[in-house]
Design a protein around this ligand. Structure first.
Ligand code: MG
Length: 246
């Protein structure tokens, strides 16, 4: 009571301007919330965030297998994972739904004179179905919905942010998985945002269904699923692969 009296006296002395200011402070608090408080994530430079699941740290293929069953038979050498041509796609042993995925990749030098889709083709298949294309798209005309940064045969990248073959490039992918009803009907399609070398190439693009080479994409109900890397008969390399389930 004494405090209030002093405060009121103070307001009288300070005049209406201060009273109005305090009123605005009180009003501003109406729209503040107390929680939930976001968890703290450490982000050391050049390292995965502290809450990331590291899928490839340069040492081994623990956490990966062949999509045909059995061990992943790609090559790990000098901290780098390289497609073992002809051995088939590989996938994570863990399944994922909504996630942030970081992948670094490198196209081989084009010493065989290949063009179009035959130049450094690989891919990152979200949930084993939805392909973010990996291709050497540096001065390499290919159909635009099949070049690097495309959602293969569905979305042309907003720009061509490709570096020269032999240089490391990065994809940062934010994936919102599709949602299906119990009867298998599509309730919400998947969406994806992709940054290539820090540049937005897909902005919340709506995925139309599982990637198809021939024909049009359609959805088939599925659960959370592994991430696959594509063996498309090119010596593409990968490193620093990590994911943050959301
Ligand atoms: Mg591909």
């Amino acid at each position: 009571m004494k405090k209030l009296t002093l405060m009121a006296a103070g307001l009288v002395l300070a005049g209406p301007a201060l009273a109005q200011d305090m009123d605005r402070q009180a009003q501003s608090r109406v729209t503040e919330v107390e929680g939930p408080v976001p968890a703290t994530v450490q982000t050391p430079e050049d390292q995965p965030p502290s809450d990331a699941v590291v899928l490839f740290d340069g040492t081994n293929l623990d956490g990966w297998e062949s999509v045909d069953g059995g061990p992943a038979e790609w090559t790990v050498e000098d901290g780098i994972l390289r497609v073992n041509r002809g051995s088939g796609d590989i996938r994570t042993t863990q399944s994922f739904c909504d996630a942030q995925l970081h992948v670094e990749w490198r196209s081989p030098p084009n010493d065989e004179g290949h063009d179009g889709q035959d130049r450094g083709n690989s891919g990152i298949l979200l949930q084993g179905r939805y392909e973010v294309q990996v291709l050497d798209s540096f001065e390499n005309p290919a159909y635009p919905n099949g070049q690097a940064g495309s959602i293969y045969k569905q979305h042309i990248p907003l720009v061509n942010a490709s570096r020269e073959p032999g240089e490391w490039q990065s994809y940062d992918i934010i994936f919102q998985a599709p949602v299906f009803s119990d009867d298998g009907a599509l309730r919400r399609p998947a969406h994806v945002t992709v940054l290539q070398n820090g540049v937005v190439v897909q902005n919340h693009a709506q995925i139309q269904g599982a990637t198809e080479w021939i024909g049009y994409p359609t959805y088939e109900a599925h659960d959370c699923a592994p991430i696959s890397l594509q063996d498309h008969d090119a010596d593409v390399s990968y490193r620093n692969i990590w994911i943050r389930p959301m």
